[in-house]
Design a protein around this ligand. Sequence first.
Ligand SMILES: *[C@@H]1O[C@H](CO)[C@@H](O)[C@H](O)[C@H]1NC(C)=O
Ligand SMILES: *[C@@H]1O[C@H](CO)[C@@H](O)[C@H](O)[C@H]1NC(C)=O
Ligand SMILES: *[C@@H]1O[C@H](CO)[C@@H](O)[C@H](O)[C@H]1NC(C)=O
Ligand SMILES: *[C@@H]1O[C@H](CO)[C@@H](O)[C@H](O)[C@H]1NC(C)=O
Length: 346
Amino acid sequence: MLSILFFFQAPLAPPTWEEPYDAIDKGIICPQFSVPAGKTAQEDCLVASVYVPNTNATNLPVMVIIHGGQFLVGYGDVTTPKQLVDSQKLIAATCNYRLGILGFLCMGTEDIPGNAGMKDQVACLQWVKHNIASFGGNPDDVTIVGCSAGGSSVDLLMLSKLTRGLFKKVIGMSSANVGVTSVQLDPVEYARIQARRFNYDAANLYMLRSLTLQVNAGNHKMYLHEYSFVDNDSALIPYANIRGAAHCAQGFAAVDQNYSNLSYQYKNMKSIIREEWINFAITGNPTPEGCTAIPQWPPANAYRSPCMVFGQTVELKPTVMPLRATLWDLIYALFYRNPIPPTPGF
Ligand SMILES: *[C@@H]1O[C@H](CO)[C@@H](O)[C@H](O)[C@H]1NC(C)=O
Ligand SMILES: *[C@@H]1O[C@H](CO)[C@@H](O)[C@H](O)[C@H]1NC(C)=O
Ligand SMILES: *[C@@H]1O[C@H](CO)[C@@H](O)[C@H](O)[C@H]1NC(C)=O
Ligand SMILES: *[C@@H]1O[C@H](CO)[C@@H](O)[C@H](O)[C@H]1NC(C)=O
């Protein structure tokens, strides 16, 4: 897992190997809202594919294809150039670059300077320049190709001083550097809009932050839970195509509902949550001595550990969403603004 310090930064230098490296396609793609079957989305996603023709010829022209997808979706091998390479006249490469917020959040600060995804594209071209001769390609004869967001990309790469000497020719299609998907007119405002959307969807993340503040303020009997129980036949969340507990789902589980059409599992969960609430209301402890419905549950520390998860099973876990919570800690540390007191008499 990547350290959070690398988020939003230019990519690190690529690794080097002393021995031949077995470069198997592991289907790694950058995080995006819908992950195709057979692919693995992970933050450490900067991989390139090289397509080499079945020839012993060397110094072949090189084509680097930059994928499209609105800078939000896609991956290097979303289209493949096997037929181009079968001509035996060129060698081709594709690469991933970071997408969406991870690729393009831009605060104009040292921590989040912006355009990480474009810097990934530059890093890909640098890698090709330094390595493609070993695959039979000519590092001084690179053509970059892109359509849609890839078209914007190649157009932008032509303008950047960072790409001097990295390619000679460009095939740009169906977008350009002034397209709506190419320019963030007000990146900090866009970041605010995104943050508002996250707050709306992710109350639990600022709850985690509050828990730390409460414990630090001396409230030591804070019981951290995650309620993630869902019925198997509940509706899928649009786009994410997963099932998840809705806003306030635990609250609804504890209170009255029409029992005539509830699953056995949900009825059982309702009784567990009621017991938890009742225990807590009586003793200040959700699992006092003699409680059998829920495993023993100690209060959380300031590092949000442990956490009782009410999912398809009920179990105590060491923590909850550690990476996302750390990201939010960082955002709070860097950008949190205290409310501005009103000016008297204004
Ligand atoms: C490449 O060279 C090797 C060794 O000379 C030879 O065995 C092989 O057939 C050649 N491959 C092609 C595709 O020409
Ligand atoms: C969901 O389905 C699995 C397997 O089909 C079953 O074991 C489980 O009890 C079901 N859970 C709920 C909440 O319906
Ligand atoms: C409970 O739900 C059933 C259908 O699932 C319905 O027929 C019934 O009228 C509901 N009862 C109440 C009190 O709303
Ligand atoms: C009861 O639940 C089933 C399956 O969960 C669903 O198909 C049906 O429409 C529900 N009936 C009512 C009256 O809500």
